[in-house]
Design a binder for this molecule. Structure first.
Ligand SMILES: Cc1cc2nc3c(=O)[nH]c(=O)nc-3n(C[C@H](O)[C@H](O)[C@H](O)COP(=O)(O)OP(=O)(O)OC[C@H]3O[C@@H](n4cnc5c(N)ncnc54)[C@H](O)[C@@H]3O)c2cc1C
Length: 414
């Protein structure tokens, strides 16, 4: 529990200081050692670890909107590490470990809630895939096991075991499945970074990238030009557009991804429940609302509108899983932009332009990687060496046919 919560929870004299959390915006300097494009969780986490572990503070985080207003504010906050490949399991496991300590590290409650994640198998083929994931997870110390229908009934008594005539045959139970308050993660990192001297400039859009003799030298913004030693691009659903400014072509296609939330009801669902076959996952928030999500929209598009098609198909499946939900009211529906790679893994590390670093391709699964991504990207910038943990996610893997295929472990589970 964060110390300040104990200290000030019952005290009416909370020492509020104006601008204490995030310093007021200043003028842009002419030069920074590091420019980070995008103040989502990834951008501010990178800035935080640069300052904290490497003493690099002449850093500007440039954000075209507001802090955490991109996919960081739109995701459904699923945190887990039960992926399929050894590269994926190692990477996401480190992130989950960091997440578990973040509230204490920030002295700021990110509302981390470990409640386990249950993925349902409706076919023999799915069970075979789950067996493989269980073994890979266990090999790297992950807490994942295959469970039978009786164990599923005990974990989630309200679940329909024969939704849409697709009986639940088994489940992948991942005890480390969790959620956290996504905005708080961005606020905590931003606060820690700016208190160490990093500048966060909101309403500052990067409109061009200056490259000379194959090396990045600066960026152009709606507030003028800035020169810099290096650039980290962390813009989630805008990766192809921003990388294009530096002349880099990304192996990415961008799709909208929608989610929705109901009115609050009494707590009844502790684990996160996901059915890849029904393209649907459900979780109950601390306030009692039910959050639903599924797969990305089936067409490439730069648009964050909500659609009736998705509402109908997603909720039909959700009601199959939990029939009593048919009587509930939906409160909100929203969308974000997801940059999808062909192997459902991210692109992290070096780019064809010297000193221009990529943090991209986070599709539907990048919130859970925020801490480890920030930490490893900061290490890369500070040392110039690609950390072992992210080496498999280099963009060059698409040229050398060394894809890290996580399609079976991503889909509707996020
Ligand atoms: C509906 C939905 C549900 C999801 N659910 C999950 C989930 O349950 N679990 C999970 O792990 N992941 C999930 N994701 C994915 C996750 O949200 C993202 O992968 C993650 O938030 C990416 O973080 P980020 O910091 O890279 O991006 P963002 O938070 O999007 O930040 C990028 C920032 O870059 C800024 N930007 C863009 N272009 C420019 C420019 N030219 N100049 C300056 N700034 C710029 C944007 O304004 C934005 O604020 C979900 C995504 C969506 C849309």
């Amino acid at each position: 529990m964060p110390f300040s919560l104990l200290k000030y929870g019952l005290n009416k004299d909370y020492p509020f200081e104006k601008n204490a959390d995030l310093p007021a915006p200043s003028a842009l300097k002419q030069h920074y050692d590091v420019v980070i494009i995008g103040a989502g969780g990834h951008g501010v986490a990178t800035a935080y670890y640069l300052a904290k572990y490497h003493g690099i503070t002449n850093v500007a985080v440039l954000e075209k909107g507001y802090l955490g207003g991109g996919n960081t504010a739109r995701n459904t906050a699923v945190i887990r590490s039960n992926y399929l490949t050894s590269e994926g399991v190692k990477f996401y496991s480190e992130s989950v470990k960091l997440f578990q300590g973040l509230s204490n590290e920030f002295d700021f409650n990110i509302m981390y809630s470990r409640r386990g994640q249950l993925t349902l198998a409706h076919t023999d083929a799915a069970i075979r895939g789950f067996r493989q994931r269980t073994e890979v997870n266990k090999h790297f110390g992950g807490k994942t096991e295959l469970i039978d229908p009786q164990q599923i009934r005990e974990l989630v008594p309200s679940l329909n075991m024969n939704p849409a005539d697709q009986p639940v045959l088994a489940g992948l139970w991942h005890i480390d499945g969790a959620t956290a308050r996504h905005d708080a993660v961005a606020w905590g990192y931003a606060k820690g970074a700016t208190q160490r001297g990093v500048e966060l400039h909101q309403l500052t859009e990067v409109t061009g990238v200056d490259v000379e003799k194959g090396k990045v030298t600066g960026v152009q913004t709606n507030r003028g030009k800035v020169s810099c030693g290096c650039v980290v691009q962390a813009v989630a659903g805008h990766s192809s557009i921003v990388a294009g400014m530096a002349g880099i072509r990304m192996p990415i296609t961008t799709y909208p991804l929608q989610a929705m939330v109901t009115q609050p009801v009494k707590p009844f669902l502790d684990p996160l429940v996901s059915s890849p076959a029904l393209h649907c996952y459900v979780q109950q928030t601390g306030r009692g609302e039910l959050v639903f999500g599924g797969g990305s929209d089936p067409y490439p598009l730069y648009n964050t509108r909500s659609t009736m098609d998705l509402k109908e198909s997603l909720l039909a499946h959700a009601v199959e899983l939990f029939p009593f939900m048919a009587n509930m009211r939906l409160m909100r529906q929203w969308a974000g932009l997801t940059d999808m790679t062909s192997d459902y893994s991210p692109i992290m590390g070096l780019s064809p332009v010297d000193n221009y670093y990529l943090d991209a391709g986070w599709g539907t699964w990048g919130f859970k990687s925020t801490p480890i991504c920030g930490k490893t990207m900061a290490e890369l910038v500070a040392t110039g060496k690609v950390p072992e943990l992210i080496a498999p996610f280099a963009m060059s893997r698409f040229d050398t046919f060394r894809q890290v295929n996580e399609m079976g472990a991503t889909a509707a589970s996020h």
